[in-house]
Design a protein around this ligand. Sequence first.
Ligand code: FEO
Length: 132
Amino acid sequence: MAMFPWDDKYKTNHLTIDTDHKKLVELINQLADAMQAGKGRDVCGKVLNELVNYTKTHFANEEKLMAAHGYVKTAEHKAEHAKFVQEVADFKGKFDSGALTVTSSLLNFLRDWLINHILNSDKALVQAISRK
Ligand code: FEO
């Protein structure tokens, strides 16, 4: 059983956004699998890199949609993205320096943040741009 099973309640009904979110869920599960299998820092580091990069790409995609639609809550939504990217980058820096490793609490943070953000901010975004 994956530590973060996909659930259709996370669907925003925007094809690109949902595809991106499924990929992010998959990467968090890959990171959990690597940690649980006791994989070395190289494997965890590789998945972590992919997660960081894919997250940035996904946020940029959503932010392009916000700009294209003149989304009224763009500033708040972008601020949530920026804070998350900063937190993950801080962790990544500590991971790369050997000061931290991947833990269940990091994985829970990533999962809970993504669920909360999808259910609240991303669904609101898709609803707003679908009305136009
Ligand atoms: Fe899907 Fe706003 O991140």
